[in-house]
Design a protein around this ligand. Sequence first.
Ligand code: SF4
Length: 319
Amino acid sequence: MSFSPVISFDEITKKFPIRKGFKVQYVHAVRNVSLDIYQGEIISIVGESGCGKTTLLRLLARIYLEDNGEIVFEGKSIPKRFSRREELEFRRKVQMIFQDPFSSLNPVKKIYQILKRPLELQKFDNVEKRIYEALEEVELTPPDNFINKYPYELSGGQRQRVVIARAIITKPSVILADEPTSMLDVSIRAGIMKLMLKIRDDFNTTYLHVTHDLAASRYISDRIAVMYAGMLLEVGLSDEVVLNPLHPYTKLLRKAAPDPDKLVSEKLGNTGEVPNLITPPKGCPFEPRCNYSMEKCKNTIPPYFEIDGRKIRCFLFEK
Ligand code: SF4
């Protein structure tokens, strides 16, 4: 792993307008997120649905644009508007794996055509050779058994392998993975996660992986960033965050995944409500659910406190 970040989020903020009659309100989806991600690293953003994790991933993918802050990729600020040349280069280097392997593949195209398209857009030479290589890299072998099939002729796991082949076919340095195993049968999730790890090991690929599953994120990632109500509350090495959570919210998530060696966690029980992001709490976002709340938690957003290399947004760790 290199020591200069390949991606840096610097105080990123994103809100979405909602119209109610003449009134416009805003959902504060991502708030003051800062995070460095290193080449060859797998980092999981973990949190309940609606916490802003997918929005963060989509900001990096340039599906959304941030309101404030800066996202730096390979040392350069990512522009809000790309030139054609910049966009092609960015899309070659940063690819996405979507959650749903059923809807993310064009049902009327054969696998060969699906994989050919990004190579044509990027003007690759030796298209056929690269398609065969990519199918081998995702262990769909022999490739001749797959290239002339339609997506509906494949199993869910095979389709997700095609989605991964399409993501790696342009040899990207970064893959954005949006809950890549959540729609797959439990029996094939481990195979897909092993494949993602193999690709990282073979090509030094960086992953930004988004999931609600703390146990799965421990299995796949080097570091975990726990997100809640648009903010990152705890960032640290995966084993440390899962085995010894420090932030009260991470402890709650950990409770919902009692066996860290399981690849599937249980759902959160009746542990309070996620705050309304139209009017988020003035202070700590977790304050309304926190058993350790203090007076200052109500009105002041805690900064990051650093404990043994781990970053925690909680006043309990103020020196
Ligand atoms: Fe709880 Fe206060 Fe820590 Fe927030 S800052 S998690 S309210 S103790």
